[in-house]
Design a protein around this ligand. Structure first.
Ligand code: GLY
Length: 427
């Protein structure tokens, strides 16, 4: 099987390495890829948001499967274009990708499907903002009602901070979503979905704030670990049965069946799991850890999803132990990250078991030097018999990587390792 992966992050690096391990896969190409991915597989230039360009490349490569990593091409209909050309695509149609691209659409699907989620209001005029803010609090959640790579979210107990963010979004012509705050530990559950067939992968937890102890602004994600020792099996089953399956069924019922990876982001609070958001693609940085634990052929699972035969493949098998992703970010991330800093010690083996380096914002200069070229520069993934060992392996590998101004969180997975994450007894 020849597989074309669209995207350029550490998530796509992880997908490429996992696909390459599948004995059924003869060739993996990533477009546009990055400097680290290029060490392992062919990379090709492409405008990932252009269905025409992606189809032309897939045809040139005689791809049997196109896996679309990021949300923007999905929302723009790149998967539709690939399917229209007769090539199986892993990723939802533009209509189904609205589950991520339009928070209003997602809320409506959840309401009809009877899924618990935060109460929300859309504000699209500055004159409505203050009255709307008064209906929320004492913790305000302000989101960009569009795609913002996680950075459009402000969660604050300070009304003026919330107001400032909302006003700035409105000034830039972006409708604002105000939400009630969902308390409780967060879970990212990735599910392969083909219509009403749902196959859950291992649950993971992201760390969205930039600083240790969940301090500082939100980011696209600074690290993750899987599985979650504090999440009971019955809660996981309840998420699949009472959240993901009803949403998948509702999308089928409204004529926009979902095909691809449905990512449920949830908070486990007093009333049980409640949805924070749905995304229409693999999450980053959780994917890097989740795929490190996968013991089944990935291409078979993605191909079955893309071709509507998910019910005919064996359930995924998982390795014992844990995996942890730690993100190394550039100076000033998540603000305006500095680019062009020389990175050393970041060689990716492509076969690492205890640890692996997956590239995201990296580029190769003309003189051959590896330099930073984005906010989240790379992910280090550690694996081990338990969370403590996986963390130790990730941080040991990270200590050998040098990036001027680079920063990372030192506490990824630490609260779980120390048994400090609890969920309400009734859940
Ligand atoms: N882990 C956050 C995201 O992928 O959106």
């Amino acid at each position: 099987m020849r597989v074309l992966v669209i995207g350029s992050g550490a998530r796509e690096h992880a997908l490429a390495l996992a696909l390459r391990k599948d004995p059924a896969v003869t060739e993996v190409t990533v477009a546009p890829g990055n400097a680290g991915i290029a060490q392992h597989v062919d990379v090709r230039a492409v405008n990932a948001s252009s269905g025409e360009e992606v189809v032309a490349l897939a045809q040139e490569l005689a791809a049997d499967l196109v896996v679309i990593g990021p949300e923007v091409p999905l929302v723009l209909g790149v998967a539709d274009a690939v399917r229209a050309a007769g090539i199986p695509a892993f990723g939802p149609s533009a209509s189904a990708a609205r589950i991520e691209g339009s928070k209003a659409f997602a809320k409506d699907v959840m309401k009809v499907a009877g899924v618990r989620t935060a109460h929300s209001e859309i504000v699209d005029h500055p004159g409505e903002l203050d009255a709307a803010l008064d209906r929320f609090g004492p913790t305000w959640v302000v989101k960009d009602d569009g795609l913002a790579a996680g950075k459009g979210v402000v969660v604050s107990p300070d009304r003026s901070v919330a107001r400032e963010h909302a006003a700035e979004l409105l000034e830039n012509g972006h409708p604002v979503l105000l939400e009630s705050f969902l308390d409780g530990p967060e879970v990212s559950l990735f599910c392969l979905v083909d219509g009403e067939n749902v196959v859950a992968l291992l649950p993971a937890q992201d760390h969205k704030r930039v600083g240790d102890g969940d301090t500082g602004p939100n980011t696209g994600g600074m690290g993750a670990y899987t599985p979650l020792p504090w999440l009971p099996e019955q809660t996981l089953t309840a998420i699949v049965e009472d959240v993901v399956k009803p949403v998948a069924a509702e999308m089928v019922a409204r004529g926009v069946p979902f095909s691809g990876l449905l990512y449920a982001g949830l908070a486990i609070g007093q009333g049980g799991p409640a949805v924070v958001e749905f995304n229409c693609r693999f999450g980053d940085p959780e994917t890097q850890a989740v795929l490190a634990m996968l013991d089944s052929p990935l291409a078979e699972l993605l191909y079955a999803t893309a071709t509507g035969t998910l019910d005919q493949v064996a359930a995924p098998r998982w390795k014992d132990g844990s995996a942890v992703t730690v993100v190394l970010a550039a100076e000033n991330y998540p603000g305006r990250p500095r680019s062009g800093d020389i990175i050393s010690g970041a060689e990716s083996t492509g076969t690492g078991t205890e640890s692996e380096v997956l590239h995201a914002g990296t580029a190769q200069r003309e003189d051959g030097a590896l330099v930073s070229a984005g906010g989240r520069v790379l992910s280090v993934v550690g694996q081990g018999a338990d969370l403590a060992e996986a963390r130790a392996n990730a941080y040991a590998r990270l200590s050998g990587i040098k990036l001027p101004g680079g920063h990372f969180r030192s506490d990824i997975g630490l609260a779980a390792e120390e048994g400090r994450i609890t969920i309400p007894a009734a859940v």
